[in-house]
Write a protein that binds this ligand. Structure first.
Ligand code: DC
Length: 212
């Protein structure tokens, strides 16, 4: 069973999904980390993230796994490397290719069918798990999202805002698996809410629906 949490970068998905999973006793799946693994591997192997064929064969050749707090590619931990600005940029480029998305969606479905998951991403409620009994779409204003990222990374909020707008545009406009709320998703604007408030809201929704 899957609770889907989708939304743009910086809306608080990762922290909310991680904390709500802990509260409800579910396993957390960070689907964005998987696109980041493909991007990192492209950069390491000299494959062009813009090239559909090169990115797709990279995605199909690697094994991505999660162990405790670590993300691994072919058994090697890459947890920190996949968070760099260069990988963020390349991830939003590899994520436009249908072949890359098909490989990731297959793998995500294989993972989540084995248990109770809170899966977080852009297309969980629309593509990966449209039958999910609870879909939450988290949003926040672009400025709030850039400020949160800057606080996390120590970067310049203005520069972050500009690159975030470019990535949002690519995520929203791509033809396959575009960032959008499912018709039956519950939209939660986190701009004025604390993390605890958002986690409580997700847990309440899950309990209301008899999921947890
Ligand atoms: O959530 P994130 O910033 O770690 O995601 C990294 C990139 O992967 C981002 O550009 C959007 C893309 N992504 C996607 O296309 N589909 C998902 N389900 C998750 C992430």
């Amino acid at each position: 069973m899957v609770i889907a949490i989708d939304g743009p970068a910086g809306a608080g998905k990762s922290t909310v999904a991680r904390m709500a999973a802990e509260t409800l006793g579910f396993t957390y799946l960070d689907s964005g980390a998987m696109y980041r693994c493909v991007a990192l591997t492209c950069l390491e192997w000299g494959a062009d993230p813009e090239q559909s064929g090169e990115a797709t064969s990279t995605a199909e050749s690697i094994e991505i796994s999660f162990e405790d707090e670590e993300v691994l590619v072919d058994g090697v931990p890459v947890t920190d490397e996949i968070r760099s600005a260069e990988v963020s940029e390349a991830a939003s480029r590899v994520a436009v290719h249908p072949g890359v998305r098909a490989a990731m969606v297959t793998e995500q479905r294989r993972l989540i069918e084995a248990g109770d998951y809170i899966a977080e991403g852009r297309d969980i409620g629309t593509v990966v798990s449209p039958e999910s009994p609870l879909k939450v779409f988290l949003t926040a204003s672009a400025e709030v999202r850039a400020r949160r990222r800057a606080e996390q990374t120590g970067g310049d909020p203005r520069e972050i805002l500009i690159s975030q707008m470019e990535r949002d545009k690519r995520d929203s406009e791509r033809e396959h698996g575009a960032l959008m709320a499912a018709d039956d998703a519950i939209e939660v604007d986190t701009s004025e809410l604390s993390l605890d408030q958002v986690v409580t809201k997700v847990a309440e929704l899950a309990r209301e629906r008899g999921i947890a």
